[in-house]
Design a protein around this ligand. Sequence first.
Ligand SMILES: Cc1cc2nc3c(=O)[nH]c(=O)nc-3n(C[C@H](O)[C@H](O)[C@H](O)COP(=O)(O)OP(=O)(O)OC[C@H]3O[C@@H](n4cnc5c(N)ncnc54)[C@H](O)[C@@H]3O)c2cc1C
Ligand SMILES: *[C@@H]1O[C@H](CO)[C@@H](O)[C@H](O)[C@H]1NC(C)=O
Ligand SMILES: *[C@@H]1O[C@H](CO)[C@@H](O)[C@H](O)[C@H]1NC(C)=O
Ligand SMILES: *[C@@H]1O[C@H](CO)[C@@H](O)[C@H](O)[C@H]1NC(C)=O
Ligand SMILES: *[C@@H]1O[C@H](CO)[C@@H](O)[C@H](O)[C@H]1NC(C)=O
Ligand SMILES: *[C@@H]1O[C@H](CO)[C@@H](O)[C@H](O)[C@H]1NC(C)=O
Length: 603
Amino acid sequence: MPKPIMNLLPIAAFLWIYLTSQWVVATPLRATVLRGQAAIKPEYDYVIVGGGTAGLTVGDRLSESGKYSVLVLEHGKLDNQNGFPFEGINSSRVFNLTSVPQSALNNRAFWVGIGKVVGGGSNVNGQVFLRGTKEEYDIWKQLGGASSTWDWNGMLPYFKKGIYFTPPDAGMAQEFNVTYDPSVWGQDSQTKVFATYSNSYSPIMKLMYSAMKNMPGVVVPKDGAAGTNGLFWFTTSMDPKTFLRSYSRTGHWDGLNRASYELSPETKVTKLTFEGSDVTGVEFTAASGGSVQRVRARKEVILAAGAIHSPQILQLSGIGPKKLLDDAKIPIKVELPGVGSNFQDHNYISSVSYQWGRQPSPPPLNHTIPTGGTNPVLGSFIGLPAVSPSNFTVIAQKYANQDPAAYLPPFTHSTVLAGYAAQKSLWARAMLSPGVTFFQYMINASPTFGSPQNLHPMSRGTVAINPANPSGSMVVDYRGLSNPIDLDIMVEILKFVRRYMTAGELAQYAAVESVPGPAYNTDEKLATWARGQINPSAFHPVGTTAMMRRELGGVVDDDLLVYGVKRLSVVDAGIMPTTLGATPCMTVYAIAEKAADLIKERA
Ligand SMILES: Cc1cc2nc3c(=O)[nH]c(=O)nc-3n(C[C@H](O)[C@H](O)[C@H](O)COP(=O)(O)OP(=O)(O)OC[C@H]3O[C@@H](n4cnc5c(N)ncnc54)[C@H](O)[C@@H]3O)c2cc1C
Ligand SMILES: *[C@@H]1O[C@H](CO)[C@@H](O)[C@H](O)[C@H]1NC(C)=O
Ligand SMILES: *[C@@H]1O[C@H](CO)[C@@H](O)[C@H](O)[C@H]1NC(C)=O
Ligand SMILES: *[C@@H]1O[C@H](CO)[C@@H](O)[C@H](O)[C@H]1NC(C)=O
Ligand SMILES: *[C@@H]1O[C@H](CO)[C@@H](O)[C@H](O)[C@H]1NC(C)=O
Ligand SMILES: *[C@@H]1O[C@H](CO)[C@@H](O)[C@H](O)[C@H]1NC(C)=O
């Protein structure tokens, strides 16, 4: 196993706590239309690049009327295993990609975790199924055009359409205060991507819940998916009847019987084809290599190759930053400096651990705990004012005072810089708002393996083809902690965890900190430790084909069409202009549902 992959193990262990062994159960192959590459026709209405989370969702919606023919080209296999990737990190279902060494993280390099399988990230992810807050989606609209509909109100109908919600077991809900707001969820019988609560709860969680609830500034929303944050029980992407993983393949491919919807797995798209500024189709090879073939798209090519590889296809096709394309000797089709810039992810420390000095006794329960499903999923999602009541204004002011260019990569184009400056003024304000989730902390019955995350890093990285070997692997540079404010925020997060575990209601259990340990007793010492521990990616890359105005370094407009060409859209996680205070998968489904409506409108 290459060394960087080792960095995954702590979070794997952490996530594993929440998951049962459901991943070993195979699902029957029920796809009715599956062609080998030789069977790919010369032309379709729509050609979708990437059969991952967004790609299969859009493919299903465009093919459902029967009016349009749709082809999905997917690099990975149609893999009959349904599940979690950590059965020894199954290299057949993820890309083998490592970041460049991160200079602000003691030169550590990191595994770039992304799915390479039919279903993409939704097949290999941790099934944590969350939405961001209203304020976070509203930031997107402010970076878009004057009539942008990409805000909370514009997303909500697509969350309802895209996801089928099942309420929690009534007894458990009463016992553990699992509250929810049916008005923000959908139950469309046509929807087969499921959001489901766990059925197994440890009584100790009640103590952890109560202690977190009573931390200053922490609130309990009725439903964490309703646009505000706080402490809440959340859903996972799980079938409510079988408790198996629910993902884009089970939701948008299996069981469909449509002559007009075709999928070609193990097929790698290499670039776009053009007539003038019209995108006419794509070139592809078998995943194992071999001769280049072409397929035409009568209406549109839809990029859904994810936040790392949609930029790759754009850059290889001559759509990207001028200097990069010049260096790689690729003729410029459209100078679009934002392609591969504005790269963001969540950052986290995989293990902050305590041991009880006095073991808490489990409170008695009045209700029988039903079986089935993942282990309990309770999280605290809070803004900077609650993370650091004493320092949040100082941090926000410090960030506001930065020169926007100070920590961006060298050669950053003026439009990309303008985009960051616009984001920066929004985030400096967001740091003052309780309703923007900077800190995510999954809460378990055990005090070990806490994994605090900063959900809004202000550092910006890049993804780029390698000029010396353009058709090789992408060069992924998170530029983790390149903006020092991210370290200040992590230090405040660590101090919050310490207050939670050792002061307040949990003080009676006399927890002893084992990692990092009581010797790290100043901000400076914590910062030094964190620099050696922070992982710049929680496998949630976004922002590299951002939906922003072109003068802000945007790559797609509010219709998700790529600037400067015709008949080309991007529909994957890369279009999110900024991170959300939530794992991204549910939002990717909603974006794809909205994208499908936009594409049908212009058909
Ligand atoms: C290990 C891991 C854990 C995660 N945990 C969570 C979690 O618990 N909760 C959550 O919400 N999110 C989680 N995520 C993130 C989430 O799964 C992703 O954000 C989401 O699935 C991205 O969807 P997408 O459609 O943008 O891309 P993907 O689903 O990655 O789809 C892109 C597809 O394009 C294919 N592709 C790439 N290049 C080409 C090419 N040239 N030709 C053809 N096909 C190509 C890829 O093989 C892939 O299948 C996790 C991700 C990983 C990897
Ligand atoms: C990895 O996935 C492949 C393809 O589905 C499968 O054949 C293999 O058994 C898996 N490996 C492990 C260790 O689970
Ligand atoms: C991943 O790529 C590296 C080279 O970059 C190689 O040494 C390693 O064997 C590959 N691992 C797998 C599982 O393919
Ligand atoms: C459990 O039962 C006791 C006694 O009937 C009651 O006071 C309490 O509210 C119940 N708790 C829950 C969570 O149902
Ligand atoms: C239960 O959740 C509601 C929000 O739906 C919250 O207002 C209330 O304080 C919670 N009750 C307990 C006992 O934690
Ligand atoms: C936060 O507050 C502490 C004192 O409580 C101080 O030492 C530290 O420098 C502050 N951090 C920042 C980033 O201002």
